[in-house]
Design a protein around this ligand. Structure first.
Ligand code: SF4
Length: 68
């Protein structure tokens, strides 16, 4: 199980393309995700390269997701 800190992809509003909505809500509420979770990033600069990230990744484009 991955533990997601503030500032990491799993708590970022750009994270989650390709992850079922219900699972994404659980990731944001619980700040945890399964070890094999990978999602797309829709930040324009990253989406253009079809970046896929782990919930514990990060980048300077981080923006907090709305509290679920
Ligand atoms: S790569 Fe950056 S912008 Fe994309 S989800 Fe992670 S922190 Fe957010």
């Amino acid at each position: 199980m991955l533990n997601i800190a503030d500032g990491q992809c799993g708590s970022c509003k750009h994270f989650g393309d390709g992850i079922p909505q219900e699972q994404l809500v659980q990731i944001r509420v619980n700040h945890t995700a399964n070890d094999d979770t990978v999602g797309g990033c829709d930040l324009a600069a990253n989406a253009s390269m079809h970046l896929k990230v782990s919930p514990i990744g990060s980048c300077d484009g981080f923006e907090a997701a709305d509290a679920a």
